[in-house]
Ligand binder design. Structure first.
Ligand SMILES: [Fe+2]
Length: 312
């Protein structure tokens, strides 16, 4: 697949300062006010003032300039204009910009080399008949600073026209469908070998449901989230659990603007498109293979309900 990574997102919030503090505490590295990097992904989050919280922009890495031409032609076939420009630095082979019509999210494709992540240390986990960690305590119980995200994993957006959003990303830009929930019009999309980098779900208004941040393993998810919740219990949303679609461990927190932020690990990887079987899950499919009951707010955030009713 010519698309190879989710590079970054830009998120609009009414009050930037408290949200900046939240993402610093989440473990992101603030390069400049409102601009955050991860250990493996470079700059991946930008916070901008906006009348209400929403995803403003999304950037995707592609292999070469031909991929930009193909995407521009595919977008034109579905009636969407795009703009080809040089990269701001003046280097590289340029980028392609287009706006997703249903959500207003600005999307860019950028030519850049593929990144190779430094492998996480092998899990030293004992199991019946398989002793890997012998004569040593688990590193997970030793005092250490909370683990930090390795990179941006995915974003989930609500769209007032999820079919149009999906057409833009799949037919226009070349995202692949990994799994889908046709009964609710939701699709798990990828622009890399990650099971999903983007999920578009139907919603009465465009909004950012959550951003997800990749951690080394389940202990890192638990340690980091527990530290965030210890500092402010009101941040807790849902976790610890393991999703049924994508298989990832999860723990969701709430930022001061109301966006959810997920610590995630062990997401499915799709390297061979022929080997992966796309699943269509029904309405009764549980959101988690295991974990606490899903909170109502996760399914329908209060501020989104209020917006849909014509409130705030
Ligand atoms: Fe997620």
């Amino acid at each position: 697949m010519p698309l190879h990574r989710l590079r970054s997102i830009a998120v609009g919030v009414p009050a930037v300062e408290p949200v900046r503090a939240f993402y610093r505490e989440l473990g992101l590295d603030e390069l400049a006010p409102g601009r955050f990097a991860t250990a493996d992904g470079g700059e991946q989050l930008r916070l901008e003032p906006a009348p209400r919280r929403r995803l403003l922009a999304l950037s995707v890495g592609v292999d070469d300039a031909d991929d930009l031409e193909r995407a521009a032609a595919a977008l034109a076939r579905i009636g969407i204009a795009s703009e080809r420009t040089a990269q701001p630095s003046g280097s590289g082979n340029g980028l392609l910009r287009a706006t997703e019509p249903a959500t207003g999210v600005r999307v860019e494709l950028v030519v850049e080399p593929r990144r190779v992540q430094k492998p996480a240390p092998p899990l030293a986990t004992n199991a019946p008949g398989r002793s890997v960690r012998v004569d040593a305590r688990s590193p997970a119980v030793l005092a250490a600073p909370p683990p930090r995200p390795r990179r941006l994993s995915h974003a989930v957006v609500g769209s007032p026209d999820a079919a149009a959003s999906r057409r833009f990303f799949v037919e226009g830009l070349g995202f692949r469908v990994s799994d889908e929930a046709p009964a609710i019009g939701a699709a798990f999309l990828r622009c890399s070998s990650d099971h999903h980098n983007l999920l578009v779900q139907p919603a009465p208004v465009a909004f950012l449901h959550h951003s997800a941040w990749e951690m080394d393993d389940v202990d890192a998810v638990g340690c980091a989230a527990a530290a965030m919740v210890a500092a402010d219990p009101a941040r807790h949303v849902w976790g610890l659990g393991r999703h049924g679609i994508g298989s990832n461990y999860f723990w969701y927190l709430r930022d001061p603007a109301g966006n959810f932020a997920e610590y995630s690990s062990d997401l499915d990887v799709i390297a061979d498109e022929e080997a992966w079987k796309v699943a269509s899950v029904g309405l009764l499919h549980p959101l988690a293979a295991w974990g606490p009951p899903v909170p109502r707010e996760f399914l329908a955030p209060d501020d989104v309900i209020a917006l849909a009713r014509g409130g705030a």
